[in-house]
Design a protein around this ligand. Sequence first.
Ligand SMILES: [Zn+2]
Length: 297
Amino acid sequence: MRLTRRTFGLGAAFSLVAGKSIARMAVGSGTLTTVSDGYLVLPADFTLGALPEADRSMAREIAGITGDTVETPCNLTLYQDGERTILFDAGSGANFMPSAGTILDSLEAAGVAPEDVTDVVFTHAHPDHIWGVLDDFDEPLFSEATHHIGQDEVDYWLNPATVDEIGEARASFAVGARNRLEAISDGLNTFSDGDTVVPGVVARATYGHTPGHMAFMVSDTALIVGDAIGNGHLALQKPGWASGADQDVEAGIVTRQALLAELADTGLLMVGFHLPAGGLGRIEAAGDGYRFLEEAS
Ligand SMILES: [Zn+2]
């Protein structure tokens, strides 16, 4: 099967289901649900800008990009095991993009109030993953939750030099991340590669997209990959190609290729933050690359 934008239902079709919880299954002793935070509208160059000119028209075709922008879905993951209600990433909030920040509607559809969330676990501190952690009064939205993030990720975003070194296009990311991390610093739990973050959730260093990006294995059954596999098209069909979304492009390639090979070998369930159909599925080898098999919800 040839994989196209149409096959994966990216973009406008996805926005029709934004605001709903759309994929759910039993994992370990609990239930894993992906909950939509809407979608992003990004400059096409954000995806294509790291590629050599010669590859860009093929990349546009694979990614289904016809204009100057690309739409990408945002899937947060909710894991409920009776004792805990764990939210992986907090979404964009109200101030990043009008098309994103729908997490409260999605949680409500899943029967979860913000104060029910016991733990918020971050893959990384980009705007679409952490800006939603504060409410309209800049107080923690998930008021009863413990917040967890990788130590290397915190160190990077709290470093005062980051805003000057990250480049103009991402300077607002640095300001926003630091602001959020400072606001949730009370009781913030940090962890490193291999640590058990909360019972049943183990951190996996997957650096490259950001300097401290983490994936999470849930109950030895499902791998939450965040943005280490950053989309449902180029990241799968051309995993060795540079992604402009990765802050360290070379490390991003190494991480992506290793994860995809592992997921295809093991058949593990996975959740991709920016993958289609809620991001819940499995990876299968296909030609020189891979394809995403949606898990029926
Ligand atoms: Zn993202």
